[in-house]
Ligand binder design. Structure first.
Ligand code: FE2
Length: 232
């Protein structure tokens, strides 16, 4: 056993040594403005925001996949109209980001970002391509397992949770300090999506299921504010 969430400072994850706060954080109560708006609705979305394979003139290269699941509260109830955002590397393991120096090709047909609102049952669904593994300079020959970053908003922009989804059977888990910084082995397993044969689309796409649970015994692993937005 151990904690569900990764500690702010984890020795094997090199950049946490510098960015982890040295003092305890202070809680600043949110103001009414922060709690009441802005709110997103269906009209704020483009029709293809959830489909990362149709945001350009042609389709991106790679293995097309459906990624779906539900956002649930601590009692297992669906969280509806929650903004779910994803960002990821392309099939070659390259982000469309100025600081990404991995010598893998950018794909002109793939931006790597999507978003959607959960429906009345708390469901979300993205269509994308499976991201490639990529090297990073944390330690000699360090490679991130294939993953998709997720952000979920609650009732206000001050309520944001960030996590990563992995793929089953990835051979890179054992050497990845981000994956292994989660103390509880059971919580670590919950970061791995489930191959979902029922959700595959014949002749078209494989599928993975990944639920995001905001609290309780099956709570998802969430990253700290300090590490969100990080492309690692
Ligand atoms: Fe990443």
């Amino acid at each position: 056993m151990g904690g569900v969430h990764p500690p702010l400072a984890y020795d094997a994850y090199e950049s946490t040594r510098l960015r982890a706060p040295a003092r305890s954080p202070l809680l600043i109560p949110p103001t009414v403005t922060e709690l009441t708006g802005p709110a997103l609705g269906e009209r704020d979305f483009g029709g293809l925001d959830h489909d990362l394979t149709r945001q350009h003139a042609d389709e991106p290269l790679g293995e097309r996949i459906v990624v779906h699941g539900r956002v649930l509260d601590s009692d297992g109830r669906p969280v509806r109209e929650s903004l779910v955002e994803v960002w990821q590397a392309n099939a070659g393991g390259r982000y469309r980001h100025d600081l990404d120096r991995h010598p893998a090709p950018l794909d002109p047909n793939f931006s790597g970002a999507g978003r959607c609102l959960t429906d009345a049952e708390g469901r979300y669904r993205f269509i994308t391509v499976k991201p490639g593994a990529y090297p990073w300079k944390n330690h000699h020959n360090a490679w991130r397992p294939a993953h998709i970053h997720f952000s979920v908003f609650g009732r206000a922009f001050t309520q944001r949770l960030v996590t990563q989804m992995y793929f089953p059977g990835d051979p890179l888990f054992s050497q990845d300090p981000i994956f292994n910084s989660v103390p509880d082995p059971a919580a670590r397993e919950r970061m791995i999506s489930r191959f979902d044969l029922d959700a595959t689309v014949p002749e078209w796409a494989l599928a993975y299921e990944f639920d995001i649970v905001l609290g309780g015994a099956s709570m998802s692993v969430f990253e700290s504010e300090e590490s969100d937005g990080d492309d690692e």
